[in-house]
Design a protein around this ligand. Sequence first.
Ligand SMILES: [Zn+2]
Length: 46
Amino acid sequence: MSAEATIETVEAEAGTPKEGFIRCPKCGYEIPDNLVVCWKCGAILK
Ligand SMILES: [Zn+2]
């Protein structure tokens, strides 16, 4: 059961980017929220 708790914790942290950042819905990379294209994978964000 501790394994599940660990996975949930990781997912929660992965879904909370730093202030001023958003997380790319395609690759999950944290990027500044003023960008419109992910600099990691090239996904269009807006
Ligand atoms: Zn991306």
